[in-house]
Ligand binder design. Structure first.
Ligand SMILES: [Mn+2]
Length: 218
């Protein structure tokens, strides 16, 4: 449910917002900030697929030793469709799932299995302390309560689907974590609410851009 990473002694740690199948654009953003795959790490808030033209590249990216993602609600669609069959196909299609629904069943299963391995949260040790990464909303007010929350379905659903913090401009601080980085809700610029930093600046949208947040200098 939660994957822990130690400090990166060699290089920098970046977090990127929702990718939604725009891996070439992401590659350009990485090049612009001098990303070094041999020593830097890239963490993703999830939603690697749906909407963009290069969704099938997600598995190649996940195979890179420097790329680590949590699952978003769009990975959840693929997981549910391929492993349980329980997904509203019209809703999935309307939200960009056409590329997946058109794949052969065996390939769908490959994606479902790979996405089902993704944790709901990542935590990274930095010089400032622990930084959390998850897709949508943190389901707890104390990071120490996260394992218990993720053991239940409501906690997992909040983590990948909720927009409550942005909806209510909730400035409350999540205790026992230096910062929590999330995506899911596209915003014009990076917005910090309490110690929760929203970084989906719509790199997948025509007018947006990818934010690569260096969590070593937060
Ligand atoms: Mn999302």
């Amino acid at each position: 449910m939660i994957r822990h990473f130690g400090k990166n002694a060699a290089g920098r740690d970046f977090v990127v917002g929702d990718i939604h199948g725009y891996f070439s654009r992401l590659q350009e953003a990485l090049a612009a900030c001098g990303f070094a795959p041999g020593k830097d790490r890239l963490f993703s808030v999830g939603d690697l697929v749906d909407r963009g033209p290069e969704c099938e590249l997600a598995l190649d990216w996940l195979a890179q030793p420097w790329f680590h993602a949590v699952r978003g609600n769009h990975e959840d669609y693929a997981i549910r469709h391929s492993l349980t069959g329980r997904v509203d196909v019209d809703n999935y299609m309307a939200n960009g799932g056409g590329w997946f629904l058109g794949l052969p069943a065996q390939r769908q299963k490959e994606f479902g299995l790979a996405f089902d391995k993704l944790p709901y949260a990542i935590e990274v040790e930095t010089a400032k302390g622990l930084v959390g990464v998850l897709h949508a909303d943190c389901p707890v007010r104390d990071w120490k309560d996260l394992p218990a929350a993720l053991a239940g379905k409501p906690g997992r659903m909040t983590t990948i689907w909720s927009r409550e913090r942005t909806q209510y401009s909730d400035q409350s601080v999540v205790q026992n974590v230096y910062a929590v980085i999330v995506g899911h809700t596209p915003l014009r610029e990076v917005v910090a609410l309490g110690n929760v930093v929203h970084i989906d600046t719509g790199g997948w949208l025509e007018q947006g851009h990818f934010t690569l947040l260096d969590i070593g200098v937060l």
